[in-house]
Design a protein around this ligand. Sequence first.
Ligand code: MLT
Ligand code: MN
Ligand code: ZN
Length: 301
Amino acid sequence: MHFLVLGTAAGGGLPQWNCGCDNCRMARVEGSGLSPQTQSSIAVSVDGENWAILNASPDIRQQIGDNRQLHPRALRHSPIRSVVVTNGDIDHISGLLVLREKQAFELFMTEALAAIIEDNPVFDALDPAFVARRTIALDSAFPLLPGLDAKLFAVPGKVPLFLEGAEPEIGIEGEQTIGIELTAGDRRAYYIPGCAALTETLSARIDGADLLLFDGTLFTDDEMLVSGTGQKTGRRMGHMPIDGAGGSLEALSSLSIKRKIYVHINNTNPIWRQGPARDKVFNAGFEVGHDGMEISLARDP
Ligand code: MLT
Ligand code: MN
Ligand code: ZN
């Protein structure tokens, strides 16, 4: 299994267009040590010829341009065979509109996420004669690519921001927020870019994995309040924090996972730059993703 981290930042990207926080200001300065990062998306392949995109970010045009593995090999062609979305948030579905050029691929979603796409007629721009929408039941394996099986599973989360009512239920487990399990031969990887809490069921599922790409939205739950960039905690946004009681550092520490990499990192997060937060994450055996990061899980000889 080969992974390309196409976009490491959470919704908004780094820098976010209207943000003047320390990270965003640094990311606008070349040579500052902090380079711009695009929004949440991963590409995966087993043969290097056929690729699946996990979440279609609004930056997908640039991401395809930046990664030669995803370039056309012929006059009208794309090595992108399939796309999966893990929730209905704008950072994960709006890139579908960029992929509307009469190019065939399969779009895999849960029924609840498919309903969000169906309810928004702008997505009819994805011509059904080319883009096959496949509804996948939770916990049932399906071939994502030749030689690569996937399973979608419920992760504690919430409905997309644009569908929230006055009091959205946080931590619901169903088809609205999902993780993706990928298996090829004896290798097993998980992609979970949004997670409100690590339940026992989820821990048991991911234990023993070769790779975990996990929700690194905020370092501390009150990061946006303290930095003056927002009114919500991470948990209220459906994202468990990295640090603190019940954070992912603590919750994942007892599991045996070969590589743990944070992705979907908000622009306010201090792990983007050198300092105690980043040190803490590295010392606990986690890595911080970055655009262009490549990960290969070789089969045992
Ligand atoms: C999130 O992950 O919380 C969302 O991407 C928020 C948003 O849609 O801006
Ligand atoms: Mn997001
Ligand atoms: Zn910022």
